[in-house]
Design a protein. Structure first.
Length: 328
């Protein structure tokens, strides 16, 4: 947004980096002694709980689709909870991993949104990395138990790919999130894999309901990422982080966001012809339409954060509606 440019021009340059092998030259480490230590509230904020609907919604849809495949009277509560645990733990893990990776790269030196643990210096990078790895490990453990129960051993490869995708979003030497591929991977893993994978682990098959629901969940997850990146277009440009929003520009990004968020409702309407309870998913438009309006005309980062929150709520409401519609 043009209003952000003067602020970016007046911003003081980031601290000079030291030798590549020295941690003291990294921005997060440079300020670690100056900032107050992270509190429990800071760590909870670092988990970014507002993103958890992206993990919960596809599991709800997948559980409902599995009920369609298996018929009435068949439930798998333990396996369903394990699927939910894998999704939520991975989401939290990737949030901390992004905090760590962006912090040590110096990307967060340019942030205009909520502060982060590593970039603010409130927590040592190694601590943030450790917490991230703990959550990835817990997700892997839940997934392993799920595989043992179902004996679908090849799913371990999918799980490993999911953890790798979570890490390399902003981690590694060439993170794909820095090259405009974030939305693609979010659609695949938070849409297709999470939804269809849940259905498969419960029913042993993936039906049409699961695939349609996976597209719905994936598109809304992409919308969440898009509005987040719209907020950070100017700072990401300064940090040389080429998100899709940076690549296609401010105006096009806002239009794409609206498309990503509203197209799922066409799919919900189609599914409602066969599962009438799905019509309740249309009530999520009460959150989606304001999110679109805010994003189209927003001039501040605070407005875009509100749009992000409304988009997350939209995803959860649609996930609940489709899950219940399929299950009952």
């Amino acid at each position: 947004m043009s209003e952000n440019k003067p602020r970016m021009q007046r911003m003081a340059p980031p601290p000079a980096r030291g030798p590549r092998g020295g941690k003291s030259g990294r921005p997060g480490a440079a300020r670690a002694t100056a900032a107050r230590p992270a509190t429990a509230a800071d760590w909870i904020a670092g988990a970014r709980l507002r993103t958890l609907p992206l993990a919960i919604a596809p599991v709800l849809i997948g559980v409902g689709a599995a009920k369609v495949a298996e018929g009435p009277g068949v439930w798998h509560p333990v396996r369903s909870l394990l699927c939910l645990a894998v999704a939520v733990l991975l989401q939290i893990g990737v949030n901390y991993a992004n905090d760590y990776s962006d912090g040590i790269r110096g990307t967060d030196e340019y942030r205009v949104g909520p502060g982060r643990l590593t970039g603010s210096g409130k927590a040592a990078p190694k601590k943030v990395l450790t917490v991230s790895l703990v959550f990835f490990g817990l997700a892997a453990l839940a997934g392993l138990v799920l595989v043992i129960l179902t004996q679908h051993w090849w799913i371990l490869l999918i799980g490993a790919a999911a953890i790798a995708a979570a890490w390399f979003y902003t981690g590694g030497k060439r993170p794909y999130g820095y090259f405009g591929l974030g939305e693609l991977f979010v659609f695949v893993f938070f849409g297709l894999v999470a939804t269809a994978g849940t259905t498969f682990m419960l029913a042993g098959t993936v039906n049409q309901e699961a695939w349609y629901g996976a597209v719905v969940a994936g598109l809304i997850a992409c919308a969440v990422l898009m509005v987040n990146n719209i907020r950070d277009i100017e700072p990401d440009k300064a940090a040389r982080k080429r998100t899709l929003a940076v690549l296609i520009g401010n105006v096009a990004s806002r239009i794409v966001f609206c498309v990503l968020l509203l197209v799922p409702f066409l799919i919900v309407a189609l599914l409602a012809l066969f599962y009438p309870i799905a019509w309740f998913g249309m009530f999520a438009l009460l959150a989606a339409l304001p999110a679109c309006a805010i994003t189209l005309f927003a001039k501040t980062s605070r407005e875009l954060i509100t749009a992000l929150q409304l988009t997350s709520i939209t995803g959860l409401l649609v996930g609940i509606a489709l899950g219940v519609a399929f299950a009952f």
